[in-house]
Design a protein. Structure first.
Length: 615
């Protein structure tokens, strides 16, 4: 049978359909539009970039800059497919030094929106106004406008409604745009970035010649002070940036910022290089917090892998992996990585502080011996050794032993695969055991019950949080030393969207101006938690929860429970274990945590007998 006799005859697609197909590759969501427009502004040499959005970018996206602008002829040509000023010949494709180069963004965006562009060059007395609808230029006329370019995109995907159905909530789409602008701000500190949402300023990052100032503006001075500079050397390929100390390591993988030739990218190879560089410095369940700038010959990296340009391919992946790994590891081999325990007030008597503060006695003991550790730190930097162990090992061993007295004992028990068996505190009660400070074991009706302490406590706190959010607000416990916290743009936006609910959980938060807040109280359900850190953890987790949980109340309750619950590896006494077991069986869903993991498993006598060959 001839192909031409079949119903599906091969035809050449119309220009309109081709435009919409191409738009689907380049314009995935509102943040994709912002990305392409901001990249054009940066390539145009802008020193100030203002982004304005409405309804998460669906209703409006406006990007205005003070770059070189375009004359009338080039402003029209910019909307032709594959029209670009970035490359001229084939060889240019393998030496890309700009963010944009494909010539697809503007025509793709224009094909699925109502678009207005105002632009003017420094040499022109007047500028040009172009109005486009669905990819068709409806109007072009001269107009008096400032030097630079302003592009307004309205009603994104108005003519492809199926695409709109795949968009997330306004909160989620706005958060994607915030994260995107934040990455641009990190990579280009010399440019001033401003973001407005619903005619309200979300943030503004003034231009600066010092990268540390920009990091402090974005993430807060507290976090910036807990970073270590990556040791870099000049060469064909270089690695620069900052590594967060292990004490601020987040509980998710979202806090690793990778840039290749100042382009924000996603790379499993580089992520593994950074994480392996940290090695055993990261606590269990924690991930690297790092900013890494890789500068490499453009000819050795292919950025033309995907239309979104988020992925790159290296000519020597093993070589770049080893380079990043080595630099991260070298930078972390320093006394600077030792955790710090700060005393908030030097004027309160020690005995009084021990009674009122949430800090443990071991942390105070560590502070009292700070001078000795500083002396040891000086020895470490000089590379001195004491006996068979290095001075660094002595300091680390002492620091962590004082911070957690049971750490060494716990480590030995886990290495020997033993379980801890606390003494029975009251005869006649059920006895409980802890396995690896993670699972609670007990005999129930002749069977062996194994309870995951974190999952069980998470279920208990989740249901309690739901009651607080929907019925009666939770009680609070005042923090002896209120925590001043500089939130990132994303964290502050999420806080603003959920502030009323978060306060119902028991947080007391005061706005200090800008993105600075004061945490004066935390939920009474929590124990010995830093208000600042706890709030940040919840805000970060909340973003993840809302991707799968549409109910704001449930998403917040899950975020709270996840970070307030007892952690795996935490030592419990007999009474604490008994209370946990008792409380889990008073919940509505005792056999699973809010995320669906089991809280309890049971091993019957029949199963045990079979394992031992008794049946």
């Amino acid at each position: 049978m001839s192909y031409t006799n079949m119903e599906n005859v091969i035809t050449v697609l119309s220009e309109d359909l081709v435009d919409k197909i191409a738009a689907g590759e380049v314009v995935e969501r509102p943040a994709s539009v912002v990305k392409e427009l901001v990249e054009n502004s940066i390539d145009a040499g802008a020193k100030n970039i203002i982004v304005e959005i409405k309804n998460g970018g669906v209703k409006l996206i406006r990007v205005a800059d003070d770059g070189i602008g375009m004359d009338e002829e080039n402003s029209v040509r910019a909307f032709q497919r594959h029209a670009t000023s970035k490359i001229k010949v084939l060889d240019d494709l393998f030496q890309i030094s700009t963010l944009g180069f494909r010539g697809e963004a503007l025509p793709s965006i224009a094909s699925v929106s109502f678009l207005d562009m105002l632009t003017r060059t420094r040499g022109d007395l007047s500028g040009t106004h172009i109005r486009i609808e669905g990819g068709i230029i409806l109007d072009k006329k001269p107009m008096g406008v400032p030097i630079g370019t302003s592009v307004a995109v309205r009603e994104l995907f108005y003519n492809v409604p199926a695409r709109r159905k795949f968009l997330k909530t306004i909160l989620t789409e706005t958060r994607h745009i915030i994260d995107l602008i934040t990455k641009f701000a990190i990579a280009y500190p010399e440019i001033c970035f401003k973001l407005d949402s619903e005619e309200r300023e979300l943030f503004v990052f003034p231009s600066t010649a010092i990268i540390e100032n920009r990091i402090s503006e974005v993430f807060g001075r507290d976090k910036q002070e807990k970073m270590i500079k990556i040791k870099s050397e000049s060469g064909e390929s270089t690695v620069k940036g900052f590594l967060g100390k292990p004490e601020i390591a987040p509980s998710n993988r979202a806090e690793l910022y990778l840039f290749v030739n100042r382009r924000a990218i996603v790379s499993r190879v580089l992520y593994h290089a950074v994480q392996s560089g940290y090695g055993e410095l990261l606590p269990k369940g924690r991930y690297p917090w790092a900013i890494a700038f890789i500068q490499i010959d453009p000819g050795l990296v292919d950025v033309n892998v995907h239309p979104t340009k988020n992925e790159v391919r290296f000519a020597d992946e093993r070589g770049i992996h080893d380079l990043v790994h080595t630099k991260v590891k070298e930078s972390l081999t320093s006394v600077l990585t030792i955790p710090e325990f700060e005393i908030k007030s030097a004027f309160m008597p020690m005995t009084s502080r021990k009674k009122e503060s949430s800090l443990s006695e071991s942390e105070y003991s560590l502070e009292e011996n700070r001078s000795e550790e500083l002396l040891l730190g000086q020895e470490m930097e000089a590379g001195e050794k004491v006996g068979e162990k290095s001075t660094q090992e002595r300091v680390l061993t002492k620091a962590f032993a004082q911070a957690s007295p049971g750490l060494e004992e716990s480590r030995k028990l886990m290495e020997n695969n033993e379980i801890t068996a606390p003494k029975v505190f009251d005869s006649g009660r059920t006895n409980y055991w802890q396995l690896a400070d993670t699972y609670i074991l007990s005999q129930v009706k002749g069977n062996l019950m194994v309870l995951d302490q974190h999952a069980a406590h998470e279920r208990i706190l989740y249901e309690e949080a739901l009651r607080n959010l929907t019925q009666k607000p939770a009680s609070s416990q005042q923090i002896l030393f209120p925590a001043v916290s500089d939130l990132t743009p994303g964290e502050f936006y999420i806080l603003e969207q959920h502030k009323e609910l978060i306060q119902k959980l028991g947080f007391e938060i005061k706005h200090f101006g800008g993105r600075t807040v004061l945490v004066t109280a935390v939920p009474a359900l929590t124990k010995n938690r830093s208000g600042e850190l706890f709030l940040k953890e919840i805000l970060i987790q909340l973003e993840t929860e809302e991707k799968v949980e549409k109910d704001k109340v449930k998403a917040l309750a899950k975020s709270f429970a996840c970070h307030a619950a007892i952690k795996a590896g935490e030592r419990l006494n007999q009474e604490e274990m008994e209370n946990l077991v008792h409380q889990i069986f008073t919940t509505e869903e005792p056999y699973s945590c809010p995320h669906g993991r089991p809280t309890i498993i049971k091993l019957t006598m029949d199963e045990l007998n079979r394992k031992f060959g008794r049946s």
